[in-house]
Design a protein around this ligand. Structure first.
Ligand code: SF4
Length: 859
């Protein structure tokens, strides 16, 4: 991918490298244009081969000879079946002929289906009346109650807890899809907009997948707010539809329980019409919702219905990286291409998705719900299902006990880390087959949740009180207000299900963290995944190619070692590709500053960084920088706590007032919903100062590495003319979770000659990844420019410098004193494009006054 205007990035293709066109676009669009042009070529080639095969019964070889009908490598469906030795020739010939005939028949069928589909999509494109047909069909189908949705594209029995299953007849071995995933819905929406602008925007069949929270159009359900409640209510409605339909079919003699309303947007005809509309033209989530409202069909299910026919599926990380979620959505990765964008946190994301936590409160509520369910339906259940429910109840009781029941009065409060096996032994559940139990909860989890009409919780609370008198008597469950103020409970069985799934991980790949607090409701059990490759391996194994891409992927060794090598991918199958930055060399000035204006060594270790002289020195540096840098200065601190300390210290010492002479000061807000407002004020201030003149030349934003402003926010142009990094944001090495992960890596990964132990390398990589993300907020396009100031002498170490992105590393200058660094900034300023030269050139000054024009530097 040449000449994109964003940051450098690396790509790993474990299996195949698509042919990349030379589009002058950004990273994501370059990726997708490359992948889509590969897909187009692939499909063309496949159609040509099919046509030739059907026409002649043979495929011409490159040497001009002909081969009997069997598909070439790109569309091969079945491997040549080895014939048993000694089989007579006529048998072999017969079998071969039959295979050939079958293949031709299959191809013909596929061709007919494809033609029909294409004609239908073509018809929809040119026939606006279909929209009206969709509306008309509402009245026809409104009363219909389908047990399942059936059609050429799939069969779904969501109400019964089964996963969406695309019709295998439709899934041709030739149909290749591209799955594009990114972190957030806004990134995905941005990506879809870019596809719309691209040369592929008109004729690509794209489906955007989202959660019910984003896609639900049933106002009664949507107003519930939380994702969990929306999911629960929707599933409940599908179930009630299923029950109702079954009841009607079976004509029961006994009175059935009262039916709850089914969702009016979940109907067979409407969803089919919506599916076709979804496939015509590229649509983002908002457009899908609008389309769903117009067609009166659920966009959540409609989009899932369209997956098998789509060429490009756009979805969030969680949906792609979690096997059960993939299954539930009907996603099949076999032979497909996966693009994982913004993948700098991929290892952490996979770890997070598969690290389940259950609180004591959730255990209690799950037990209560199950108990009610068993009391109510126990007599009607099959013996096997009843046994599983009893096992689940037993297991929940044991979990509660291990968190501090009266049978274990010697437990001390605090955190304890255990291997999976030790935890199972200690909880006395090692004799239970967790795989079967997990399978049961996965299948019936939503059914087992207690009916909302019966919010009786007494059973387990009594049990708890008998178990531990000291247990808190405050409500043990997270309660959310529902309609008419009726308290409603989020489904805790979902958490239990995730925790059970986690416990089925191999002993060496995970740990259980027991956190015993003052009350049971605050105590928790957490599963920590140590080896994310166990889950990524399945994706890599099934896909034709996996592309891991990002703007700031350095250091890449984590991906290579922790994900790909541990997933069993051989080194020669991994291709790394990195682009340089397109900005001219003079547009960036990365500096490592080893000492401050008063010659204080800059080393922000835990021991030294809280010293008053270190905080003063940081303030002096910022005062100097703010004098020469126009527009915005973004300063990153290693933690919220340290930022708060420094701010308070500057306030006391008067440094804050001195800073305020040149820049209006903003701080990163504590709440996520305030970020937008702070950014708007920050940007408005910079704009106003640029126009008004005066002593205040812009704004200073005090931010935190890994905080709300260190990722996904662009400080382009005047919003970030200088990024300052105070110290090195190493993670807390004393955290038991990190220590366990380090020990795991030391045991499992090989240590290269002259390399630090893998555990130590992990800590360094975590730190540098966070630094790279933060400093990457500035310089967002080809004509942008900024200086990057790294305040800590440890940045000068070769091993650390090597972990900066190449486009920064190649230009970095290490300055032993602040005087040299400041001189470099002033010297290079005129070379920067005009805005940086905005402040009038000051008259020549003595070194001291130059270094600290706001406050004289102590000698
Ligand atoms: S079927 Fe769709 S519209 Fe209806 S409740 Fe579920 S998500 Fe909402």
């Amino acid at each position: 991918v040449g000449g994109h205007p964003l940051l450098s990035y690396r790509i790993a293709f474990p299996l195949a490298v698509p042919r990349w066109p030379n589009f002058p676009f950004g990273k994501s669009l370059s990726l997708i244009c490359g992948a889509l042009s590969w897909l187009r070529d692939f499909e063309q080639k496949k159609h040509q081969e099919e046509a030739r095969l059907l026409e002649t019964g043979t495929i011409p070889l490159s040497d001009g000879t002909e081969q009997p009908p069997s598909l070439s490598s790109s569309c091969k469906e079945t491997p040549d079946t080895p014939r048993p030795a000694g089989e007579p020739d006529w048998v072999t010939q017969y079998v071969q002929k039959k295979e050939e005939r079958d293949l031709v028949d299959r191809l013909k069928e596929e061709q007919v289906r494809r033609k029909k589909r294409e004609e239908r999509l073509q018809q929809i494109r040119h026939n606006a009346q279909l929209k009206y047909a969709a509306r008309r069909a509402v009245s026809v189908s409104a009363g219909a109650a389908e047990v399942a949705l059936r059609g050429p594209y799939g069969v779904a029995r969501w109400g019964s807890g089964q996963a969406f299953r695309p019709d295998p007849r439709w899934l041709s071995s030739h149909h290749r899809q591209i799955y594009y995933c990114s972190r957030t819905h806004s990134q995905l929406a941005q990506f879809v907009r870019e596809v719309q602008r691209s040369p592929f925007g008109k004729d690509t069949r794209l489906v955007s997948l989202g959660s019910r929270q984003n896609l639900c159009i049933n106002e009664d359900v949507k107003t519930l707010g939380s994702a969990q409640l929306i999911n629960d209510r929707c599933m409940e409605m599908q179930r009630s539809k299923h029950e109702k339909s079954k009841a009607e079919e079976e004509k029961p003699k006994r009175r059935r329980p009262e039916h709850r309303a089914a969702c009016p947007f979940y109907s067979y005809e409407q969803l089919h019409l919506l599916r076709d509309q979804v496939l015509v033209g590229v649509k983002d989530i908002e457009q899908l919702v609008a389309l769903g409202k117009e067609a009166r069909a659920c966009p959540y299910y409609g989009s899932r219905f369209a997956i098998p026919a789509a060429q490009l599926v756009v979805l969030p990380y969680q949906m792609l990286l979690h096997a059960a979620t993939r299954r539930a959505a009907g996603i099949r990765l076999q032979g497909q291409v996966v693009l994982i964008d913004e993948a700098h946190n991929l290892v952490d994301t996979i770890t997070g998705i598969h690290s389940a936590e259950v609180s004591g409160a959730q255990l209690c509520q799950a037990h209560s719900q199950l108990l009610q369910y068993m009391e109510r339906y126990g007599k009607r259940l099959k013996a096997k299902n009843l046994m599983y429910i009893k096992q689940l109840l037993y297991l929940l009781e044991k979990f509660v006990t291990v968190l501090g029941g009266k049978e274990h009065p010697l437990f001390t409060l605090g955190t304890e880390l255990k291997t999976i096996n030790d935890f199972l032994f200690e909880s006395q559940i090692d004799n239970i087959n967790l795989f079967k139990l997990f399978g049961f909860t996965e299948r019936y989890g939503t059914v087992l949740a207690a009916s909302r009409e019966q919010p009786r919780l007494a059973g387990f609370q009594h049990f708890l009180q008998s178990l531990q008198p000291a247990v808190t008597r405050t409500p043990v469950t997270p309660v959310e207000e529902g309609e008419a103020g009726v308290p409603r409970l989020a489904s805790p069985l979902m958490h239990i299900e995730s925790f059970l799934a986690a416990l089925t991980t191999a002993n060496q790949d995970g740990r259980v963290i027991l956190s015993r607090q003052g009350s049971l409701s605050q105590s928790s059990l957490k599963f920590l995944l140590l080896n994310p490759a166990v889950h990524f391996a399945q994706v890599v194994k099934e896909c034709r190619a996996v592309v891991i891409a990002g703007g700031t992927m350095q250091p890449v060794s984590d991906f290579r070692e922790q994900l790909l090598a541990c997933a069993g991918v051989e080194a020669e199958r991994v291709v790394e590709f990195s682009c340089g930055h397109v900005i001219p060399p003079d547009n960036i000035l990365p500096l490592v500053v080893c000492s401050g204006p008063s010659s204080q060594q800059l080393e922000f270790t835990y021991q030294k960084r809280e010293l008053p002289q270190m905080m003063d020195e940081t303030g002096r540096i910022l005062c100097n920088l703010c004098t020469v840098v126009p527009g915005g200065v973004v300063c990153f601190f290693p933690s919220y706590e340290y930022q708060r300390q420094v701010y308070a210290h500057w306030d006391k010492s008067g440094l804050l007032a001195r800073l305020a002479v040149r820049k209006k000061i903003f701080q990163e807000p504590k709440r996520a919903n305030q970020v937008e407002q702070v950014l708007m004020e920050y940007s408005r201030c910079i704009k106003c100062c640029g126009q008004a003149g005066g002593t205040v030349t812009g704004a200073l934003l005090l931010s935190v590495v890994g905080g709300k402003m260190s990722e996904g926010i662009n400080f382009s142009d005047n919003l970030g003319r200088c990024v300052v990094m105070v110290g090195m944001p190493y993670p807390n090495i004393k955290s038991p979770e990190l220590q366990e992960k380090m020990a795991y890596l030391d045991q499992t990964l090989p240590r290269g000659p002259g390399q630090p132990p893998p555990g130590k390398a992990l800590v360094e990589n975590l730190c540098m990844k966070a630094v790279n993300q933060s400093i990457g907020r500035a310089i967002r396009h080809q004509k942008d420019f900024a200086s990057i100031v790294l305040l800590d002498q440890r940045y000068a170490r070769p091993s650390i410098l090597g972990k900066l992105p190449a486009w920064i590393r190649d230009r970095v200058e290490v300055k032993a004193t602040f005087g040299l660094a400041f001189a470099a900034m002033r010297k290079v300023s005129p070379a920067f494009p005009s805005p940086l030269r905005a402040p009038p050139s000051p008259p020549p000054r003595s070194r001291a006054s130059l270094l600290c024009p706001v406050s004289p530097v102590p000698s």
